[in-house]
Write a protein that binds this ligand. Structure first.
Ligand code: COD
Ligand code: ZN
Ligand code: ZN
Length: 374
């Protein structure tokens, strides 16, 4: 029996308040309105940002359905939707691409104005499509993937190869694309270059994969936790160092190690100190340093402007710098063509009901990515 145009009752993991465990509830998901798409989610990754909502350090309205790294199949579409149809395999996008705003129009921009940075959690008509126990439940980051069905705007959906395996393709919704794009799209790492990556979590590992696929000759991984080194080498790091093993500042260590030839550095920790260390570690004349980690809120940085005066380039990126609807399908095609392997990033696969266990693994630092199957 077709569900088109009808309310769907299904399971979702609802966060009722800060630091309350995910509660698997029966929710009602309204049909998509005009320019909206209802998606059956098949798999979703757990990202640090979802935990930031749980901890109350990221703005959101409660109750809320979080999750923003998913893959699913279009169940139905609202009036006016032309770019996807029922049955299409899709990735919901926390960074939309409306195609009309100043970032979308400029070939070098990607920060679409439709991104929901303030956590208002409603669709463009100001309402939600989720209800639980008679109460509206808020959306998250234009996505909400911790549910069997979600509704998103057409501008927040990328149609991908229907043969892509959802339990891997979900990583294109956030972690992999963010790191890989920082290297290949934002820094534009060149063949034969030397790169240094600060922070070897899932996003840092994806940066390493990007540096490798761009043809870097040396990729140096940097982390305070040496347990991260083996995995980093598996995905392409040529060597790994721990700043705590040296008395000299890390930029001097890197200069000596590389005969002063670090072309690209990446900050993938989200700390002010490592942002400056990464900047100082790239070549003073031709080096580029990319801020990938989200900085702590309302914190200021002071730095010696001589670091830039000599010629360095300092940049940042959201979602790797990709134009989400245009570029994610191409990245998925590259994956299907075996240009890179996502398996090293997926440490755990659990059924959706075990979502709280998945978050425990993240909090203990034991997982890179946990994928939940719906
Ligand atoms: N020096 C070197 N390494 C360090 C230091 C330090 N001072 N401190 C911590 N580390 C290491 C940790 O040991 C860890 O291995 C790594 O840094 C961080 O990894 P994880 O596993 O905590 O996190 P990731 O890789 O999944 O994500 C980290 C980011 C900082 C990239 C992430 O939190 C983030 O800011 N993402 C980008 C923002 C964004 O686009 N958000 C939108 C949707 S998520
Ligand atoms: Zn994320
Ligand atoms: Zn836009």
């Amino acid at each position: 029996m077709s569900t088109t145009g009808k309310v769907i009752k299904c399971k979702a993991a609802v966060l009722w308040g800060v630091k309350q465990p995910f509660s698997i509830e029966e929710v009602e998901v309204a049909p998509p309105k005009a320019y909206e798409v209802r998606i059956k989610i098949l798999a979703t990754g757990i990202c640090r940002t979802d935990d930031h909502v749980y901890n109350g350090v990221m703005a959101a309205n409660f109750p809320v359905i979080v999750g923003h790294e998913g893959c699913g199949v279009v169940e139905s579409t609202g009036k006016g939707v032309t770019t996807v149809k029922p049955g299409d395999m899709v990735i919901p996008l926390f960074l939309p691409q409306c195609g009309k705003c100043s970032s979308c129009i400029n070939p070098n921009g990607n920060l679409c104005v439709k991104i929901d940075l303030t956590g208002k959690g409603v669709l463009s008509d100001g309402t939600t499509r989720f209800t639980c126990k008679g109460q509206p439940v808020y959306h998250f980051s234009n996505t909400s993937t911790f549910t069997e069905y979600t509704v998103v705007e057409e501008t927040s959906v990328a149609k991908i190869d229907s043969a892509a395996p959802p339990e891997k393709a979900c990583l294109f919704g956030c972690g992999f694309s963010t790191g890989y794009g920082a290297a290949v799209k934002t820094a534009k790492v060149t063949p034969g270059s030397t790169c240094a990556v600060f922070g070897l979590g899932g996003v840092g590992l994806s940066v390493i994969m990007g540096c490798k696929s761009a043809g870097a000759s040396r990729i140096i991984g940097i982390d305070l936790n040496k347990d991260k080194f083996d995995k980093a080498k598996t995905v392409g790091a040529t060597e790994c160092i721990n700043p705590r093993d040296y008395t000299k500042p890390i930029n001097e260590v890197l200069r000596e190690m590389t005969d002063d030839s670090v072309g690209y550095t990446f900050e993938v920790v989200g700390r002010l100190e490592t942002m400056i260390d990464a900047l100082a570690s790239c070549h003073e004349s031709y080096g580029t340093s990319v801020v990938v980690g989200a900085p702590p809120l309302s914190k200021m940085l002071t730095y010696d402007p001589m670091l830039l005066f000599t010629g360095r380039t300092w940049k940042g990126c959201v979602f790797g710098g990709w134009k989400s609807r245009d570029d994610i399908p191409k990245l998925v095609s590259d994956f299907m063509a075996k240009k890179f392997d996502l398996d090293p990033l997926i440490t755990d696969v659990l059924s959706f009901n075990k979502i709280n266990e998945g978050f425990d693994l993240l909090r203990k630092g034991e997982s890179i990515r946990t994928v939940l199957l719906l």
